[in-house]
Design a protein around this ligand. Structure first.
Ligand SMILES: [Zn+2]
Length: 268
C-alpha cells in the first residue's frame, strides 16, 4: 500500500486565467483570449497539435476533445469499470486525483502491491478520506477483482508522484510474509487484469513495466515481498496476452475512446 498523499500543485488549468491579465484589449479580445487558451492547452495535451499549427488544429481538437476545456470533464458513468471482470466500489475522492489519462499522462506501468491486511480492510481504507492512499484495483484470494478508481485518474499507491501518474496500481489481499495468501485464483485473476491493461495501453509485458511497489524509487515499502512469484506471474500475464484472453471487452462505459493520435509524447 502507498502511504503518501501527493501535492496537487501543477494541476491542469493553470492557463485558464481571465482576460484581465494584460491580454488583448480590442473588442474581440475576449474570444481571442479564449482561442489562445485552448490553443495552448492543445499544445500541452496533443502531440499532433504541437507538430502542426495549433491555431487551425485547435478547433478540430476542440470538437473531438471538448472535455479538455478548463472546467469541462470527460464524461463518466456512475459505476463504470475499465475491466469487465471488476466490480465497482468507489474510493473516497480524497485518495486520488482527477486526470485524463492516457492523454495527459501516458500509462506505461503496472505496479503490484500487497495490502498487509484483508480484502475488506483494504476496501474500507480506500473509502476512508483520511487514508491518503488508494489503488485502482484490489484482487482477492478468491480471484475477485474490485475497481475503486478509474484508470484515467491518478491513484495514490506508489508514494511517488511521477510513478503514480504513469501507472495503474493493483493491490493483492494478504501479507508479504504469508506465501499461502498468494493463491492460484489470485495469480490467475491478477495476471488477466494486468494482461488487459498492458494490451489496452500498449505496455510491454516485462519486469521494467510490470513492477513491484518495492521497485519504485524512494519507497520504503517492501511489497509484494519475496514470496510473490514473479516468474509465475509474468508467465501468466504473457499467456493471457498471447491467448487473446486480454482482449478488452465492453464494460458498460459509454465513454468515447480517445483517438490514437492524441497520445502525448513520451515523458509528458
Ligand atoms: Zn504497496
Amino acid at each position: 500500500m502507498g502511504a503518501d498523499q501527493e501535492s496537487t500543485s501543477g494541476s491542469a488549468g493553470g492557463s485558464a486565467k481571465g482576460p484581465t491579465g494584460g491580454g488583448p484589449t480590442d473588442p474581440s479580445g475576449r474570444s481571442r483570449d479564449a482561442d489562445r487558451r485552448i490553443g495552448r492547452r492543445a499544445l500541452i495535451v496533443g502531440g499532433t497539435a504541437a507538430a502542426v499549427g495549433s491555431a487551425v488544429l485547435a478547433r478540430d481538437e476542440l470538437a473531438r476533445l471538448w472535455w479538455r476545456i478548463p472546467g469541462m470533464e470527460r464524461p463518466r458513468d456512475d459505476g463504470a469499470v475499465d475491466y469487465a471482470g471488476a466490480t465497482w466500489v468507489a474510493a473516497s475522492d480524497a485518495n486520488w486525483r482527477r486526470a485524463d489519462r492516457p492523454d495527459d499522462y501516458r500509462i506505461e506501468m503496472v505496479i503490484v502491491h500487497v495490502t498487509q491486511g484483508s480484502f475488506d480492510s483494504a476496501v474500507r481504507a480506500f473509502q476512508d478520506p483520511g487514508h491518503k492512499a488508494s489503488s485502482h484495483y484490489i484482487v482477492g484470494q478468491d480471484g475477485r477483482v474490485t475497481q475503486m478508481i478509474r484508470e484515467l485518474d491518478v491513484a495514490y499507491h506508489a508514494g511517488n508522484r511521477d510513478y503514480n501518474e504513469r501507472s495503474v496500481g493493483i493491490e493483492h489481499a494478504g501479507f508479504v510474509d504469508r506465501p499461502q495468501d498468494f493463491t492460484d485464483a489470485m495469480y490467475a485473476a491478477s495476471a488477466k487484469l494486468t494482461a488487459q491493461i498492458c494490451t489496452r495501453y500498449d505496455i510491454p509485458v516485462d519486469r521494467k513495466h510490470v513492477i513491484g511497489h518495492v521497485e519504485v524509487p524512494g519507497t520504503d515499502h517492501t511489497d509484494p515481498g519475496p514470496h510473490w512469484d514473479w516468474d509465475r506471474y509474468m508467465k501468466l500475464v504473457r499467456r493471457a496476452v498471447t491467448s487473446g484472453a486480454a482482449e478488452p471487452t465492453p464494460s458498460g462505459s459509454s465513454e468515447p475512446s480517445p483517438g490514437a493520435s492524441s497520445k502525448p509524447p513520451a515523458g509528458a
